[in-house]
Design a protein around this ligand. Structure first.
Ligand code: CTP
Ligand code: MG
Length: 225
């Protein structure tokens, strides 16, 4: 069964700032997206990569990533970018991973672990980590409503992996009036499909704010060549 990865990379990176779309922000001298795609290419089980790029930069990104990576224009929201990229999958793809371009230091071994768990029979698989911070649920005025016990909470990373038909059904059922979904598994959960978890990786953190980029630069500088 062939495995594809869809890479949403069309965001503006407003929280990071800097005036460049986040996927093209340099990390160790090369765009973050290049690091992310290299990790995907290095995974043993990945046979197709489809990238959703900022619409005005499709040509630039395509030249950057080379002929083996399909590059399409992304959409207004992350869900739109993923939905568009799903249409470009090869016919024989049976497993689809979705991986943020903004997680440039994700280990290839995590990509393979997610793919292997789906190939092994789970319809949906996500990498997770325990939380360092306590989380509060608050009302619209910021008053604390409750404190869910931290031991039962997980922070969720990508790549998230799915049987192709499961992810396609989830995106077909998604409509704009539903509350914001912040990950792909969230859509799959709404279908009642069980979502399995596997251990995530510290290096798969998302570059969101300026301090994350500084951390990524420091980690990269210490990587063995
Ligand atoms: N993404 C996308 N299309 C969008 C919005 C986001 O493909 N319309 C992608 C981003 O490029 C990123 C991933 O989804 O790789 C995770 O989103 P996030 O970290 O929120 O990135 P941005 O939306 O670019 O950042 P911000 O929310 O700070 O503007
Ligand atoms: Mg965003």
């Amino acid at each position: 069964a062939r495995v594809a990865v869809v890479v949403p990379a069309a965001g503006r990176g407003e929280r990071l700032g800097g005036g460049v779309p986040k996927a093209l922000r340099p990390l160790g001298g090369r765009p973050m997206l290049v690091h992310a795609v290299q990790a995907l290419s290095a995974a043993e089980l990945v046979s197709q990569i489809v990238v959703a790029a900022p619409p005005t930069l499709v040509e630039v990104v395509s030249r950057l990533l080379g002929p083996d990576v399909r590059v399409l224009p992304g959409g207004a929201e992350r869900v739109d970018s993923v939905r568009g990229a799903l249409r470009a999958l090869d016919d024989d793809i049976r497993v689809v991973l979705v991986h943020d371009a903004a997680r440039p230091l994700t280990p290839p071994s995590l990509v393979d672990a997610v793919a292997r768990a789906v190939l092994g029979g789970h319809p949906a698989v996500i990498p997770v980590l325990p939380l360092a911070d306590t989380v509060k649920e608050v009302d619209a005025d910021g008053r604390v409503l409750r404190t869910p016990p931290r031991g039962g909470l997980r922070a969720v990373q990508t790549p998230q992996g799915f049987r192709r038909e499961v992810l396609e059904a989830a995106y077909a059922s998604q409509d704009g009036d539903q509350p914001a979904v912040t990950d792909d598994a969230g859509l799959v959960e709404r279908l009642g499909v069980p979502v399995a978890t596997i251990p995530g990786a510290d290096e798969a953190f998302k570059v969101t704010r300026p301090a994350d980029l500084m951390f990524a630069e420091a980690l990269l500088a210490r990587r063995p060549l």
